[in-house]
Design a binder for this molecule. Sequence first.
Ligand code: GLA
Length: 657
Amino acid sequence: MTSLYDTYGHRILFGGDYNPEQWPEEIWPDDIRLMAEAGVNSVTLGVFSWAALEPRPGAREFGWLDRLMDLMHDHRMSVVLATPTASPPPWMGARHPETLPRDENGQTVWYGSRQQFCASSPVYRRYAAALTEDLAARYAAHPALRMWHINNEYCTFCWCDETAGHFRRWLGARYGSLDALNEAWGTAFWSQRYDDWAEIIPPRRAQYMRNPGQMLDFRRFTSDALMECYLAERDIVSRHTPRVPVTTNFMPFWTGQDAWKWAEQEDVVSVDIYPDPADAWGAQYNAMIGDMTRSQARGPWMLMEQAAGPVNWRGVNHPKPRGLNRLWSLQSVAHGADAICYFQWRQSRQGAEKFHSAMLTHAGEQGRTYQEVKQLGAELGRLSEAVAGTDTPSDVAVLHDWESWWADQQDGRISTEVEYPDVVRAWHRALWEAGLTTDFAHPAHELGRYRLVVIPHLYLLTDAAIDNLVAYVRGGGTLVSGFHTGAADQDDRIRAGGMDVRLRELFGISTLQEWWPLDAGSTVECEGFRGTLWSEELEPGGAETVARYQEGELDGLPAVLRNGRAWYLSTLPEPGALRDLLARVAADAEARPVLTGLPAGVEAVRRGELLFLLHHGRQTVTVPVPGRHRDLLSGAAVEGSLELGRYGAAVLREDVR
Ligand code: GLA
């Protein structure tokens, strides 16, 4: 993997999507001036420019992009050049309706918005490849080109006939025979046995619950089909520019792409993060996505998009209060970002996103948003040298797997109250509140370097993952698992006994009698805390009971079990209780918080040789910091403690005089 550091040297990228085809060219010089004043050093061009580059089939209009690329270079701005293949022009849908996706009911998803392409369509792929080829050939040697950005937030699903054929080929490669497929999908139930490959279709709308194996494979297939589109374009641009890194921007923690697999195919891992300013835990969300992306990248990553103010796709779209854009940007840097970029540079006056904020809003250069962007640009410039390319170390890993998520969230499940991302978030929040910096990892990854590994909720675990977890604990690691773990194998087949026997041995559980989900909003009293969402009727077999249920049907039965270094939580403790429990286990495992004695709302993160202090509250606080430091943001010397005001931040380097 090429890191951002290799490509840019010690420099944090700062900038955003620049879509100047919306404006008369006379505005461009003004854009350049304001970008320069704000410290912008990178723009992403062409993300949605297909119709501008190819106004009719086969035509090429590169003149405007030539001028822009030159302009950027003349002003020492680097360009992240996008292939525009996320938004085919209307002519494609009009002339080739088979390129348009069909939904689960077989209805066409029309053009008139964006992202209306079927990943399995040969016609779409042919046009996308041809334009990518010409784009790459034309700009391969351009000095402004610094990175390729393929497509944008790959996210389409399609249930059309072309997809059906592609799905069958994918299944053929996975299973080799229809017998193996029938076995994996359990088609003996409900008379679903397939006798001919041609009978298999994507899981379209049906009379009642659809086959879970088919649904799970369709998700795997869709992620792979989209990745084929990505790889085809990546290979084209890489052939022209083998040394220019390639990325595609993920949506954060999005269900459609197995980002573990995708990240392996990227030189730079990038993501778009839009925490809700109205979410009291927005900072934790931002930290979580940063941690996840850094783990996918195995190092520094790129914040490809964020909003300087409000988005326009929530029900109620709140602006960012003064200081929050800066704070969350610095937080992303602390969590490993080497690039802080936005959607988009200048706010649109027309089109679907005219109420979405930008670095330069309708309020113009005197507006608060631009002024704050300018301040941030200057500050990032001051941090660049010390930060870019460095690691954010962590002793703790949160396990997460898309396949398990997909298998878990199906029709016919035990409780629709269990939302996989919410459970993961609850565990990350507990660790974050305990002051621990966390990585994310796949359950089959090498885990030996972590002192503590937690499993929020992995309903599906492969044999390899189970063996990996057992080996991790045998090797001296501490493992804490949430409920309903390891119930299913890779085909979503329930393991004998409801939990794999290797896991029952690991956690010291003899029998799992029943899963007892809780109703929405209800809790179950346990010794020392209240459980939420779920409970389990378990019989220990060697484990020590740490806490029991204290009411209801499970009264007196174990809620929390401990078998040496392996812990099992059969319910989701309320936030404070989960935080305290994990803090205790982490301390025993010698996984230490970055700093102790922090005032509420202050986050401390180490990155390289720097200590980031981020104040997510509004009241001024005094933060004890042992030793002598210098704050790279303010330049001030810090001895023993420092004050942070509303949304304040400091980036400290030890002062060794
Ligand atoms: C996504 C897209 C952008 C824009 C933003 C708005 O991240 O990639 O083009 O639509 O959302 O929040």
